[in-house]
Design a binder for this molecule. Structure first.
Ligand code: F6P
Length: 516
């Protein structure tokens, strides 16, 4: 890459794209114009353009579940009709958005109060996976827009620690629980929801109080009602919204409560703007497609099966976890859309942590490890917390890291700077690729665009790899086995037909703790 930069003074202009407030610099990649053209030809050959249209128009692209994947309809701010089985779904979407608006306004303005007529002070969203990560990231990232004293908590883990510590911190008279589960069958969410319900009734005996403190977001209205949620308190989502793509639906209710519905709609507008970009721009100007093709370049042509997301923004520290679910649950697949075993690598291992913390933890590996790790660096130019020199120091580090990864330090440079022993250990090979995404400020609109950008990157890769990015059958196996093992752990009798390791672990538990 050093040579490529030396030979082409326009390399930065050639390999950077702007979109609204966002700049993508992908010049620090092992590419030439030919590489990008050939990769774009691969996308064309795999009919990406047609696939994009199919997704937006509601074709049943999730073939194993015979459903469309219509997260884009949830943020279709142009309100163009979108049909599922002949019905325009936009009126339903708009109606739920309206309900979210009146509900969040009423809570934020103190009109919808707790059963003792005290204003709501705390929101607890109970959900996991896509019913947790997207809202959690957005609430953390957009706190500067909250303009409210509401405290928003998210509980996901079935480990009792999370719900227990949260409940210790809130008051039943002033807390609103949102049970967020598309299926309303997820073990972790239902267990946490039941614990919250039991805790509530330990403090408040009046059954009528429940409706003032518990609402649900679900596609399974029956199960939500069976749990005791009043039908007026259920916000509907639909089976054509994938869990990891559901932030834009009522699953984002905790976000709307935190930042207000106007800001939530700005988040949707940012995602919609990225949708339009993805749908209309040619591949060589199309940010999600460029990112997708670069990922494929390293994954399939260099055999590098890992990718890091490194936000240089403390408020985006949860972003890697969210993109990890999006990417790995979507493209962690080894059969094609027509059911054949694939003979090439698909989705990478995606991971990351915020800068500059990562620099003092795993960056040594990025600079001098035996494998290379392509990475996305993301940073706002202007901070919401402009204190002293903090932000310029942060940015200087961000820019320095991508330069160091690209340039490295040659043997000559080591000798020039310090003419002493141990030179080999000080040589840094460089030639490590990275993308830099800069945005003016982390606004709701920018966050919406960034999240939609990653959704579309993952989708475009799924099309080129010919996998269904919208199912997750592997996850189901673990769920099934866990429910069987749960019974065995609870039961004093013998264990089922497991391998000796699993049997040994269950037996060890029972010997030490006893059946529950
Ligand atoms: O982990 C599998 C998964 O189905 C995710 O795709 C989903 O986001 C999560 O579980 C939660 O599902 P639900 O919203 O139905 O509780």
């Amino acid at each position: 890459m050093r040579d490529l930069f030396r030979e082409d003074s326009d390399r930065f202009q050639r390999f950077s794209v702007t979109f609204e407030d966002l700049l993508l610099d992908y010049s620090k990649n092992r590419i030439t114009p030919d590489t990008m053209q050939l990769l774009a030809a691969l996308a064309t050959e795999t009919k990406l353009e047609r696939a994009i249209e199919e997704m937006f128009s509601g074709a049943k692209i999730n073939i194993t579940e015979q459903r469309p994947a219509l997260h884009t309809a949830l943020r279709n701010r142009a309100n163009r009709p979108v049909y599922v089985d002949g019905d325009d779904i936009m009126p339903k979407i708009n109606a739920v958005l309206e309900r979210m608006r009146s509900f969040s306004d009423a809570v934020r303005q103190g009109q919808r109060r707790g059963y003792t007529n005290k204003a709501i002070t705390d929101i607890v969203n109970i959900g996991i996976g896509g019913s947790d990560l997207g809202p959690r990231v957005a609430v953390e990232a957009l706190r500067p827009y909250s303009q409210s004293t509401l405290r928003v908590h998210h509980v996901a883990n079935v480990d009792g620690t999370e719900i227990d510590t949260t409940l210790q911190d809130v008051n039943p008279e002033t807390t609103l629980f949102i049970i967020s589960s598309k299926t309303f069958t997820t073990q972790e969410t239902l267990t946490n929801a039941q614990t919250a319900k039991d805790w509530f009734f330990q403090h408040i005996s009046d059954k009528a109080a429940f409706a003032k403190h518990f609402v649900a977001v679900s596609a399974n209205t029956q199960a939500a009602k069976a749990f005791g949620i009043d039908k007026e308190c259920i916000f509907e989502i639909w089976d054509w919204v994938g869990g990891r793509y559901s932030l834009w639906s009522a699953i984002g209710l905790s976000v709307a409560l935190c930042i207000g519905m106007d800001h939530f709609e700005e988040l949707l507008a940012g995602a919609f703007a990225m949708d339009e970009h993805f749908r209309t721009q040619p591949f060589d100007k199309n940010i999600p497609v460029i990112l997708a093709l670069l990922g494929i370049w390293y994954n399939n042509f260099f055999g590098v099966h890992t990718h890091a997301v490194l936000p240089y923004d403390h408020s985006l520290r949860l972003l890697p976890a969210c993109i990890q679910q999006l990417d790995m649950e979507s493209n962690g697949k080894s059969v094609s859309r027509d059911g054949k075993t694939l003979e090439y690598a698909t989705g990478p291992i995606l991971w990351g942590a915020p800068g500059t913390n990562g620099q003092h933890a795993f960056f040594q590996y990025l600079h001098q490890g035996t494998q290379f790790v392509p990475a996305d660096f993301l940073a706002p130019l202007i901070s919401h917390h402009p204190i002293g020199e903090h932000h310029t120091i942060l940015l200087a580090n961000c820019f320095a890291q991508t330069e160091a990864l690209m340039r490295g330090r040659s043997e000559d440079e080591v000798h020039e700077s310090e003419n002493q022993g141990q030179a080999a250990a000080k040589i840094v090979a460089g030639n490590k690729p990275s993308n830099t995404l800069l945005f003016t400020k982390l606004t709701p609109r920018v966050l919406g665009s960034l999240l939609a950008m990653y959704e579309h990157k993952v989708f475009a890769q799924g099309i080129v790899w010919n996998v269904n990015s919208f199912d997750q059958w592997g996850v189901e196996l673990g769920k099934q086995l866990a429910s069987g093992i749960l019974k065995e752990i609870q039961d004093a009798g013998s264990t089922g037909p497991h391998d000796t390791s699993t049997k040994g672990l269950i037996a060890h538990y029972k010997r030490t703790v006893g059946p529950v």
